[in-house]
Design a protein around this ligand. Structure first.
Ligand code: UGA
Length: 439
């Protein structure tokens, strides 16, 4: 098939490369000329394992290229995926749909023949219906433009595998057995034939699957972090508690790791946008619990600052603190809504002298927070530190020898927010070790 992908950020760039891998001819379109030039040189605008290689492979096969032109994308594709970002509105909980709507308007005016639009962006329920109206109003092809919704469930750092072998495919259509359904079944034929579960539904349900999924994932994380608060008050160990709970298949083994909570470009803004939409729909009470999910998540960050104060034993003003981790999770350079950097900023505001290490995200962190100190070696970063905070659980930190590190620091004092360091070996090496949710 000839497919265009509108918006080449995390979602769109990955989707474009993966559609080429499935055998289609793909044109990725993004309004950012610098990003498009880099993509045409096989450089994604962010780090994702294997993505640059996959893009290079299909630039070479001729199945993939990138453009800044809406007209080219409209002309090229019979199926257009929308992967434009929907960030949180500044000063508001709702999603900002201005970029998505602007892209839709600019694409629509060039659609002169029958085609299918498949939305992938995470949107408030009802958006697909509204975008359908815009296409029918602005496109020369009018009603021959059919809109479908096909939410994406990829996780950063697993993006290619999640796209090429997802847990499920969800396709939402206004009408069953439409041209749009045939086109999307065709686009995903290799996955459908491989037995990936397929859920075909209406537009609103497809939109809701995505927001409900992220709301559930966020709730699961905040549930175990709420248990961590109870553990801290009772001397119980939340990691052992989680281990015992997740043996029950009804609770499930994945996505319930206690720690510093969730960050990133998706879960935080998606639960807020979901609450804002529920409010508009008059069902705000149905999602009031998500306020608490958000609050529990933020409380983990202030709890770390409180522990830092207790552990340091005096005011944080002038305290030399090293932070391990800047990315919102390991194996990405993404720092959006990073819990680690949020804590770094809280400590900086409290007067601490903060030095941050991260294996991959330092360039992004430096740009966003130029007033923090940075070091690209995890041991060097601790030189003269009075307190070490382990905030993003990169494997690199498991390789650091606490015995040797002790000689570098001013005070051997560590707080493990993610609970992945081995308490016994740190304590044996003479460190004062504390962790969130652990005695
Ligand atoms: C999330 C969802 O997992 C994807 O299914 C979804 O497609 C994506 O958002 C999206 O909406 O685009 P992602 O943001 O890449 O993916 O990250 P996750 O792996 O879900 O982690 C999110 C945050 O939760 C991270 O800060 C992570 O450290 C934290 N987390 C995750 C925990 O604290 N505990 C866990 O058990 C899992």
């Amino acid at each position: 098939m000839h497919i265009s992908v509108i918006g080449c950020g995390y979602l769109g760039a990955t989707h474009a490369a993966c559609m080429a891998e499935l055998g289609h001819h793909v044109l990725g379109m993004d309004a950012d000329a610098g990003r498009v030039a880099a993509l045409n040189q096989a450089q994604a605008p962010f780090f994702e394992r294997g993505l640059d290689d996959l893009i290079a492979k299909h630039l070479a096969t001729g199945k993939l290229r990138f453009t800044t032109s809406y007209a080219d994308a409209a002309e090229f594709g019979d199926l257009h995926f929308l992967g434009v970002g929907t960030p949180q509105k500044p000063g508001d909980m709702a999603a900002d749909l201005t970029h998505l709507e602007a892209a839709v308007r600019r694409l629509a005016v060039h659609l002169t023949r029958a085609c299918v639009i498949a939305g992938k962006s995470t949107v408030p329920v009802g958006t697909a219906a509204r975008l359908t109206e815009i296409f029918h109003e602005l496109a020369p092809a009018r009603d021959a433009v059919e809109v479908a919704w096909n939410p994406e469930f990829l996780r950063e750092s697993h993006a290619i595998a999640d796209t090429l072998s997802p847990d499920r495919l969800v396709l939402g259509f206004e009408d069953r057995h439409s041209f749009a359904e045939a086109a999307l079944r065709n686009a995903y034929a290799p996955l459908i034939n491989a037995g990936i579960p397929l859920i075909v539904t209406d537009l609103a349900t497809a939109e809701l699957v995505k927001t409900a999924a992220n709301a559930f994932l966020a709730t699961k994380i905040s549930f175990i972090n709420a248990m961590a608060e109870v553990c801290e008050a009772t001397g119980a160990d939340v990691h052992q508690l989680a281990d015992a709970l997740t043996r029950d298949p009804r609770i499930g083994a994945l996505g319930m790791r206690p720690g510093l909570g969730f960050g990133g470009g998706c879960l935080p803004k998606d639960i807020r946008a979901f609450m804002a939409r529920a409010d508009e729909l008059g069902v705000d009470q149905a999602l009031t619990f998500l306020r608490e999910v958000d609050a529990i998540n933020t409380r983990r960050r202030s709890r770390i600052v409180q522990l830092a104060r207790e552990q340091h034993g005096s005011t944080l003003s002038g305290a030399r603190i090293t932070i391990w981790g800047a990315a919102f999770k390991p194996r990405t350079d993404d720092i959006r809504e990073s819990p680690a950097l949020d804590v770094a900023n809280l400590l900086h505001e409290a007067g601490a002298v903060v030095t941050v290490h991260d294996p991959m995200a330092l360039d992004n962190a430096r740009k966003a927070f130029p007033y923090l100190n940075y070091d690209d070696d995890p041991a060097d970063a601790t030189e003269g530190a009075e307190l070490l905070l382990h905030l993003t659980e990169w494997d690199d930190y498991l390789d650091v020898d606490p015995e040797r590190l002790r000689a570098r620091v001013a005070r051997p004092s560590v707080i493990d927010a993610r609970g992945t360091l081995d308490p016994a070996s740190w304590r044996r090496a003479g460190w004062t070790y504390r962790a969130l949710g652990r005695p």
